[in-house]
Design a protein around this ligand. Sequence first.
Ligand code: ATP
Length: 504
Amino acid sequence: MWKWVVGGVAVGAMIFLLAIGVDVFPVILVLGLVALLFNVPALKGMTRNFAQPVRASAGGAISFQDIGGQASAKQELVEALDFLQDPEAVQELGIRPLKGILLTGPPGTGKTLLARAAAQYTGSAFLAAAGSEFIEMYAGVGAQRVRDLFSRARQLAREQSRQAAIIFIDEIEVLGGKRGQNQGHLEYDQTINQLLVEMDGLRSSKDDVQVLVMAATNRADLLDEALTRPGRFDRIVRVELPDRSARREILELHTRQKPLAEDVDLDRVARETFGFSGAHLESLANEAAIIAMRHGLRKVHQEHFVEAVDKVMLGEKLDRRPSPEEMERVALHESGHALVAEVLRPGSVASITITSRGGALGYVRQAPQDDRYLHTRKEIEDDIAVALAGMVSEELTLGGRSTGALQDFQQAFERGRLLIFSGMSPLGVVSEDTLPESELHTALTQVVQEVETKVRELLEVHVEDLRVAASRLSESERLTGAELRRICGLRDLEQPLAEELAAT
Ligand code: ATP
């Protein structure tokens, strides 16, 4: 409204000046330039970048109880944080105050949540910023923003009558990468230098606000060594992907507000989501509820969780429908993977689908009985066998191969490399750096071909089961592991496992 009033007055003034014979051109030019400076986004940014302190957001109240799993990360953090709560004891004992804690680990594992919980645990003010917010093309802006961040943290703590403030910098590798390596590295180097200066300046005097810097990264290897040396980021806390029981805890946290039907078995969902991060599990719970809503239901059922796992792993269903011949080929291919997986690892197939999702025309989801972190030669060979089974079953039933097996080969060769470089191939212990390409190629081909022969023998025995499973899959587009086992007359290990879980 006021803009219209000012505009009207300005136009009136111009007309008046013109009427009395004043040259208004310079005035219009100056006004035009001012308007441009405040309205073109990039120019607006320029004025803001230099004039205003860096953007930092205040944190909500998250406690350690709101974070599933991560028991050892929480424990390490709590031990490290206790000093913030008792500054007198720290001073009496002459302890050098902790200045920085680095949280490292894969994306979505709860590093930001842990930093927020740390602020809540210590009753500190909380400011968050991302490493990328500090880097601009203008030299000196990043350093200025680092200074602003530290002074804002102290100011915020005083305003909130708190003794301490936690500054959380996400993606620290963007701002704290090794110096001298970035293009236009002057700006990067100045920014990181300023961060080091601010961290060195942190003191623990009683009446001063204590500032603790927490930072998170997925790439600790990229950080400048000056940042990780003692006295800067003193503690490095590893935040890992959750194991099965942690996945169960996280699922419980994210389904607290959702009405679950009686048939929902979160243990089972946790078992089938090996490799999922906390963020994946949050998304899974949310997607399951969305699917329930799409079906017009008021409660979320187990089948919605099952579908949501596929969606989170592979993406939304696609409209594209392959031709009937292609569908038949995909069904035979996927049934081949599933059948070999079941024969080699009974009870391991969770579901098979031939609905196109993301980049995949079909997919077999395997659920290991336990999370595995070490692999034997037999297990790796079984992985290769499952990967090759799609191609072999196409050959046995349709008489030829297709391009659908390309990704399977990549997977098979990846596992083959693991086997070779873990010293489990006939080559013995070999170095990745010195093994000649030709020798690697020969060894890989040999491993893969031996497994392929075994897969062919195995599928020849089960070729009838393969055809039946594929035709049922073509009809329903999806089979559960239990259905596959029933169709192929294989032992169903699921029931005893469910009973065992219920008993514990
Ligand atoms: P990035 O490295 O990508 O920044 P991050 O490790 O900081 O990720 P967060 O931002 O803390 O991950 O987590 C993202 C979301 O995932 C959270 O908002 C939460 O919903 C969920 N989440 C992740 N880990 C956990 C966990 N351990 N318990 C409960 N929820 C979790």
